[in-house]
Design a binder for this molecule. Structure first.
Ligand SMILES: Nc1ncnc2c1ncn2[C@@H]1O[C@H](COP(=O)(O)OP(=O)(O)OP(=O)(O)O)[C@@H](O)[C@H]1O
Length: 504
């Protein structure tokens, strides 16, 4: 009997640029186990997954699949052997149906749907999930798409499913569905390699865990032997007071508001939203996925041309255009930082100064390279960007570190009103704490922050006040020190503090 499905022995990966992403890595994945893989941004998780999935060839060591040495020539070879990889941004075909997507990677004439339908029924039965086979993937919620990706992996007969942050953009209920399916399938013998920055998930779901730091394995063993503190210690190499609640910074209520929003309304799902943010305040928007929280930020920033209502900075009305918002001192860090994009051909320093070349130019026609570079060095330091230096190409950064560069683009341009949409999504625990500190820093300098986060614990750690958003409306307001995660969750779900549904 095979006791190890996949093993890595002394595996290394050095990129042509000279970056050593993996060094002497050892890993054993047993059949039917759920193996967690954790590590800071840039620790080497994606590189390891890509080696396992046949997308990168290792430059040292040996990989074995069911005891035999495996040298995948390409991802197809790994897939045929029984390894399916589900990357974070699920590459499904949106114009095709669920049925068509599930069998997209399977050999044979998948358009002959009769047999496929029965096969999909069997798969759905196996995972204990229901979905309309004829629904178009474009119409599905993110959680449902994730399920289609899992079904796709199973349809190829995978014995090992590698999941890269599968729950990063999922709401709580959708996470539970993914967890249930992972548990059920592992009980039936499918193994999982589960990469996540959510340590509570890893502790809850996995039975083995491996911690990567700077490309090497620093811990590996039964998950039961770990708690969150020990994992954090192993990941960042030091003790960390993550998402610690601080006493709220006193805000002088006598001061006039820095940001005023009146009667904001948009067909995108924003209804009669009015609020104020004073200098020194961090106001959190707490809502479930689809509640309209991001749409509110976009409308405030003038990025939603259909929005109506008034936005004032320092008492002066701002025209509803992003350019006018920037001129008035606003900065938006959007949730979809991938689509926002980095210029791949530019090094880190040029990317960071991109939105703000005018102030760096200081009256000259061309920006000053020295000032641009200093700004990049500061961002690398403040945000803990793992890279060889400001000249590194952004294409060579790990996912989380690329996110930090995008974040850095908006930080240092002299903005006073920050609109932050999920500022810590995809970043590791250490960087999370650094980013929260930076946010506190803006307000210490009399800035104002409006922040959206799916993690209510994080909102409460950084915000002075929280507005609860549901169906595009502000349905409740709480001082951060007078509420709890549980209460916010109840309110966001449409229950008042007493547990009864709100009267709408
Ligand atoms: N194509 C590449 N060329 C050169 N260096 C690379 C390349 N891809 C990744 N690296 C480097 O390899 C190291 C490991 O990156 P990797 O993407 O594996 O990290 P990660 O643990 O997945 O991080 P994250 O949590 O941010 O996704 C980083 O220093 C990164 O800059």
């Amino acid at each position: 009997m095979v006791t190890t499905l996949l093993s890595l022995e002394g595996v290394g990966k050095t990129f042509p640029s000279g970056t050593v992403a993996l060094r002497d890595v050892r890993l054993d994945v047993r059949p039917g186990s759920v193996h967690g893989l954790v590590g800071a941004n840039g620790a080497g998780k994606s590189t390891m997954i890509k080696v396992i999935a046949g997308a990168h060839a290792p430059t040292a060591g040996t990989m074995r699949w069911k005891g035999e040495e495996a040298r995948w020539r390409n991802p197809g070879a790994a897939r045929n052997a029984g390894i399916a990889t589900i990357m974070q941004h699920v590459p499904l075909a949106p114009a095709l149906t669920v049925l068509e997507n599930v069998f997209l990677g399977s050999p044979g004439p998948w358009r002959l749907q009769r047999g496929r339908r029965a096969e999909l029924d069997r798969l759905l039965d196996r995972v204990g999930y229901a979905i309309d086979p004829d629904a178009e993937v474009a119409d599905l919620a993110i959680g449902e798409r994730q399920m289609v990706a899992i079904l796709q992996a199973l349809a190829t007969g995978a014995e090992l499913v590698v999941m890269d942050e599968p729950t990063a953009s999922l709401a709580d209920a959708e996470r539970q569905v993914v967890f249930d399916v992972v548990r059920r399938l592992s009980a039936q013998g499918t193994a999982f390699l589960y990469v996540s920055h959510f340590l509570d998930e890893v502790l809850d779901l996995t039975d083995q865990v491996t911690v990567l730091r700077d490309g090497t394995v620093v811990e590996s063993g039964a998950t039961a032997a770990y708690d969150e503190d020990r994992l954090v210690q192993a990941i960042v190499g030091r003790d960390l007071l993550a998402a610690e609640r601080r006493a709220p910074t006193p805000v002088e209520t006598g001061r006039p508001p820095l940001l005023t929003v009146r009667g904001l309304d948009s067909p995108a799902g924003v209804h009669e939203v009015s609020f104020e943010v004073r200098p020194g305040e961090v106001v959190g928007l707490a809502g479930l996925l689809g509640s309209g929280r991001s749409e509110i930020l976009h409308a405030v920033y003038g990025a939603d041309p259909r929005a109506r209502g008034e936005v004032l900075v320092d008492g002066r009305r701002v025209r509803r255009r992003p350019r006018a918002a920037v001129a008035a001192g606003m900065a938006l860090v959007p949730e979809d930082r991938n689509a926002q994009g980095l210029v791949g051909a530019f090094p880190i320093w040029k990317n960071i100064s991109l939105p703000d070349l005018c102030s760096l130019a200081s009256g000259r026609a061309l920006p000053r390279e020295g000032a641009e570079r200093r700004r990049a060095v500061r961002a690398i330091e403040d945000l803990g960007i793992v890279c060889p230096g400001p000249d590194a190409a952004v294409t060579e950064l790990s996912g989380g570190n690329a996110q930090k560069v995008v974040f850095g683009k908006w930080l240092y341009g002299g903005a006073r009103v920050f609109l932050l949409d999920e500022p810590t999504a995809g970043v590791d625990v250490g960087a999370k704490a650094d980013i929260l500190d930076l946010i506190r820093g803006f307000t210490a300098e009399s800035g104002a922050v409006l922040i959206v986060s799916s993690e209510f614990e994080e909102l409460l750690a950084v915000a002075t006040r929280v507005l609860v958003i549901r169906e595009g409306r502000v349905v409740a307001e709480r001082a951060a020190h007078e509420t709890s995660e549980e209460e916010l969750l109840m309110l966001a779900n449409g229950f008042d503090g007493g547990g009864a549904p709100d009267a709408d």
